[in-house]
Design a protein around this ligand. Structure first.
Ligand code: 5GP
Length: 190
């Protein structure tokens, strides 16, 4: 998605060797017009799928997920993160290690918001090592819902996430695919 790639080139900042900061339009301040374009693009890319609901994880997945839900006219559920050891009943739960924050969170979705047989599109802001999406896959599996695809705003192809999801047989579509941060320059896969 050229609009997104241009925005990443313009505003993205590289931290260390593996992290991209895009807090001026996605992770802190949010550009609603760009999010609306992202939502439309995911709706177009997954137009051939039956989708009952979108599932993401808080907090940075929410903006792109909501705009995709708006374009597809389906509800959006976000998994909540919880560090506490006491867990509420009636939730589906998975552990997710965050390599950017170096912590493990429980992520959870209330049983009321995910049902057996529902067709689910997973959306997230970044794909790095695939832990967040793997956690959401575990939760949907526990609920006996069916994941019909995964939409990623920014994929870093030099990390392990894509391979992991390919091996799990999940269809992944990313709007911007970053090949490298070599020499402080962001290069995209065409
Ligand atoms: P994964 O679970 O695939 O290893 O990482 C994806 C999650 O970590 C995303 O939900 C995102 O919040 C965060 N993340 C991973 N890489 C980056 C990055 O380069 N920049 C930002 N801002 N977040 C990232």
């Amino acid at each position: 998605m050229k609009l997104l790639e241009n925005r990443i080139r313009q505003d993205g900042r590289i931290l260390g060797t593996e992290i991209l900061k895009v807090d001026s339009f996605l992770n802190h301040q949010i550009d609603p017009e760009l999010m609306a374009a992202i939502g439309k693009e995911f709706a177009r890319l997954f137009a051939d799928k039956k989708i009952d609901k979108i599932v993401t994880v808080e907090s940075s997945g929410i903006a792109p997920a909501v705009f995709t839900g708006l374009s597809l006219h389906v509800p959006v559920v976000f998994a909540r993160k919880n560090k506490s050891l006491t867990l509420p009943d009636d939730v589906w739960m998975a552990d997710v290690y965050s390599f950017t924050k170096e912590v493990t969170n429980h992520i959870m979705i209330d049983h009321r918001f995910l049902a057996a047989g529902e067709h689910i599109l997973l959306i997230d802001d970044f794909l790095a090592n695939g832990q967040a999406i793997e956690g959401l896959l575990s939760i949907t599996q526990q609920a006996e819902a069916e994941v019909v695809g995964v939409g990623i705003v920014i994929e870093k192809t030099f990390q392990k996430g894509r391979q992991l999801l390919d091996e799990l047989g999940v269809e992944v579509k990313s709007l911007a695919r970053i090949k490298s941060f070599d020499d402080g320059k962001i290069s995209f896969l065409s």
